[in-house]
Design a protein around this ligand. Structure first.
Ligand code: G3H
Ligand code: 13P
Ligand code: ZN
Ligand code: NA
Length: 320
């Protein structure tokens, strides 16, 4: 069934695991994700950005997710990722989503509260849950690039008042993750013996402080792709050019999932999986021109990636 995240988050919090929130933009992405979740009996959040709604159209996304629910029988939440304003949130609430994010992280604390509250009131009156954000991640989302020096960590002193004033159901925080496939610049990292970039650790001290102030409250991690180097390698060996793409190490995500983090957002890794599959296919079969042949390889990579995330990172297998 199409569900909100309420029950999922309660069980995840108590069970010390997290739910994967995967960005969807087309049918094969939806299928790759949901086929893996079905085999592992995992609860799922499928999320759509403004860019996804522009690319695929709202109706197509809703019906694709509905089809996945019919196909898998899994509890799936349909979530708006990074809602920029009340109108976008309202259109998703009215249009069948069960969860929305209002992203007011770039506003002042006071304005973020006021705008979030307005969305919460409308959403709750319609049985929809709301995620908000405090603190600002570095990286790229919807073509907006937040430079590292403009990014700032969440201030744990603000979270209690924010949640109390707004009535939000979950809170995204900034503890050093970042959007996109280039999360850290080489100068922010060290290099291991193989020359692979090793990023700076996440600020678990901030997460723990936030969790102390908000007992039993679900925390969300954005920008949580791990940028698997095997996909980067396949891309680069098959005509791609993604030097120094780097993500958040999986063991840190596992640790976050075992703590108050109940939702882990993954988009870039899906893109890498799809692109690696298609690039390799094109390179190996220059004569192919049927999209079913090459997109299927991208979809298979997504399925394998999501199965890995569910079992080895999120720990939500068998929890549906
Ligand atoms: O946080 C951003 C997500 O990766 C969505 O990206 O806005 O390009 O669809 P998008
Ligand atoms: P990644 O770019 O790390 O996949 O983050 C996705 C995200 O936070 C979507 O909201
Ligand atoms: Zn995000
Ligand atoms: Na958790």
């Amino acid at each position: 069934p199409l569900v909100t995240t309420k029950e999922m988050f309660k069980k995840a919090y108590e069970g010390h695991y997290a739910i994967g929130a995967f960005n969807v933009n087309n049918m094969e992405i939806v299928q790759g994700i949901t086929e893996a979740a079905k085999e592992l009996n995992a609860p799922l959040i499928l999320q759509c950005s403004a860019g996804a709604r522009k690319y695929a159209k709202h109706q197509y996304l809703v019906h694709l997710v509905q089809a996945a629910i019919e196909d898998t029988g899994l509890p799936i939440a349909l979530h708006l990722d990074h809602g920029a304003d009340f109108e976008t949130c309202k259109s998703c609430i009215d249009g069948g989503f069960t969860s929305v994010m209002f992203d007011g992280s770039h506003y002042s604390f006071k304005e973020n509260i006021e705008k979030t509250k307005e969305v919460v009131e409308y959403a709750h009156a319609h049985g929809v849950v709301v995620e908000a954000e405090l603190g600002q991640l570095a990286g790229i989302e919807d073509d907006v690039k937040v430079a590292a020096h403009e990014a700032h960590y969440t201030d744990p002193n603000e979270v209690e008042e924010f949640v109390k004033e707004t009535g939000v159901d979950s809170l995204a925080i900034a503890i050093g993750t970042s959007h996109g496939a280039y999360k850290f610049t080489p100068d922010q990292c060290t290099r291991n013996e193989q020359g692979i970039l090793v990023p700076p650790p996440l600020r678990f001290d901030i997460l723990e402080e936030v969790a102390k102030r908000l007992p039993n409250f679900p925390i969300v991690l954005h920008g949580a792709s791990s940028v698997p180097q095997e996909f980067v390698k396949i891309i680069n060996e098959n005509g791609g050019h993604m030097p120094d793409a780097v993500g958040v190490p999986e063991e840190q995500l596992r640790k976050a999932a075992s703590l108050a983090v109940c939702k882990i957002n993954i988009d870039s890794d899906l893109r890498l999986a799809m692109t690696a599959g298609i690039r390799k296919h094109f390179n190996e079969h220059p004569d192919h021109f049927d999209p079913r042949q090459y997109v299927a390889d991208g979809r298979a990579n997504i399925k394998a990636l999501v199965a890995h995330k569910i079992k080895e990172v999120l720990g939500c297998d068998g929890k549906a």
